[in-house]
Design a protein around this ligand. Sequence first.
Ligand SMILES: Nc1ncnc2c1ncn2[C@@H]1O[C@H](COP(=O)(O)OP(=O)(O)OP(=O)(O)O)[C@@H](O)[C@H]1O
Length: 312
Amino acid sequence: MTSQDRPIVSIRDVRKTYATGFQALKGVDLEIARGEVLALLGPNGAGKTTLISLICGMARLEEGIIEVGGHDVVRDYRAARRMIGLVPQELALEPFSKVRDSVAYSRGLFGKPRDDARVEAVLRSLSLWEKRDAKINELSGGMKRRVLIAKALAHDPEVLFLDEPTAGVDVELRKGMWDVMRELRAQGVTIILTTHYIEEAEAMADRVAVISGGRILLIEETGALMRRMGSKRLTIELQTPAGAIPPALERYDLTLSADGMSIDYAYDRAAERTGIASLLHDLSQAGLRLRDVRTTQDSLEDIFVNLVKEDP
Ligand SMILES: Nc1ncnc2c1ncn2[C@@H]1O[C@H](COP(=O)(O)OP(=O)(O)OP(=O)(O)O)[C@@H](O)[C@H]1O
């Protein structure tokens, strides 16, 4: 195996018990490939920030092993940390610094030599160059968030952690952030993002890991997950309202809408036979007149909500 094939982040049997005695992580195993975008999804308190803090050395790792680029995050902390850029959830910025100085300073923290051209490139890629001489407290919330990303990128990290990068930003800015992430990905940066916006995971992530109660419930390629778990629904609109589902149709999983004007049929898209043809036949046999038929697919959000609900 060459170093290119080796996972850039490797997490083995990591547990974390806080001083309060609360076990926030209960044995996490995870390998992240170089250049991938991984979304960590989970409800509040699932352990996402704890996991990121352990990888980045902001919380003490006592049980398990984490390596970044082959460097043990405890024994070889500096080398591991140098590979990582972290965009924290909370806006932690020096209000009176100028944008460019603040980003250049972050680069210096990692012992990287001054490089004005690199800082300029980072600021330009985040549309912050025009604001380079503005003080941070003069910026909008969305701009501040981009400064956080610029600071995290200032030392040319290979792995970027984004803890809820688009929380509280407007739709336009969110799309702008996605463009930034895509550009970084194209440059070969590995991205791990936590998000509550399932749409964001769907749009950005190569793989999705669902974490709940300190455990990883599943990790899978985003498209495959949606194909595997996303049941499909067929919505049948009727010409005249039905009072109830006819008894002859009881063998199908049907739901009648409150106004009686449409029937929903949930079926497994992976199944060899969906039963749609026979259902349509049986519907007309039962005397129901159809106006329209359309299919909808579960979103990643539906899948996620179901998964976390099922977790005891
Ligand atoms: N320093 C700490 N001491 C004690 N318990 C903590 C500490 N930090 C976090 N926890 C607890 O660990 C659990 C996981 O928290 P964590 O912040 O990792 O969750 P999260 O998945 O990032 O949640 P969110 O989506 O709300 O950010 C929570 O129950 C939290 O209260």
